[in-house]
Design a protein. Structure first.
Length: 233
């Protein structure tokens, strides 16, 4: 859906521009794009940690192809393992844990097999969920910051263009008008990138956070390790 939305946005905006008699070559202005993209990159580099910046290629991939936590599969696995633990004891889960693909769920099961108390396991699980949530929010925050910086960089590019154009005023009026229109291309790119690319990417990554947390909390609260009555008397 992200790719479809992006394509629709590009077609709607630039298609409308071309219907009014404009050309794509008129908006592909290298100096304006350097100011917007380069300025946004510089601002984000200053305002974000290097760990988040190094994850940028991965974050772009996750924004375009967000993974879907298998909540239903996790719940079914919890029910299955709970039944095994009641019938055969908690130690019977050690071999079955190796087939669990959910890393968080697998960690909870192995902690229980090692004899860790349910209260301790619950505390470990809650701390890890908090850490995962903060990490995902920091990742989404990168896109939010880029969405905030991009229009400002576009305005800076436009102001610089107007300064250059007005400084050369007094010549041909047509050249003056053409220069003013060119100056606003930087604003176009800044607003376009913010509202069609960066902010939607941040919004697209946010719904993944509660789904991931629900899956993890289901693993910690519903799995046999978190239930005191996990073995048959």
């Amino acid at each position: 859906m992200v790719i479809i939305g992006l394509a629709f946005g590009v077609i709607a905006i630039f298609g409308s521009f071309m219907l009014e008699g404009g050309t794509l070559g008129a908006v592909i202005l290298l100096p304006a794009m350097i100011i917007v993209f380069g300025g946004t990159a510089a601002a984000v580099t200053i305002g974000c940690s290097k760990e988040v910046l190094f994850r940028f290629p991965v974050l772009i991939k996750l924004a375009i192809f967000p993974p879907t936590p298998e909540i239903e599969g996790t719940i079914k696995k919890i029910v299955e393992l709970s039944s095994v633990a009641r019938k055969e004891g908690i130690l019977a889960l050690e071999d079955r844990a190796q087939s669990i693909t959910h890393p968080f769920f697998k960690k909870i099961i192995l902690l229980a097999v090692d004899g860790i108390e349910p209260e301790v396991i619950r505390a470990i699980a809650e701390n890890e969920i908090t850490y995962i949530t903060e990490r995902h929010m920091a990742n989404a925050g990168l896109f939010f910051k880029m969405g905030g910086y991009s229009p400002t960089m576009g305005i800076i590019g436009t102001v610089m263009g107007l300064i250059s154009v007005l400084g050369a005023a007094g010549g041909d009026a047509n050249e003056l008008i053409r220069g003013i229109s060119t100056a606003f291309i930087a604003t176009l790119w800044g607003v376009f990138m913010a509202n069609v690319v960066w902010l939607p990417s941040a919004t697209a990554s946010n719904p993944y956070i509660p789904r991931r947390n629900f899956s993890s909390r289901s693993s910690s609260r519903g799995s046999p390790p978190s239930n005191r009555g996990r073995t048959r008397p």
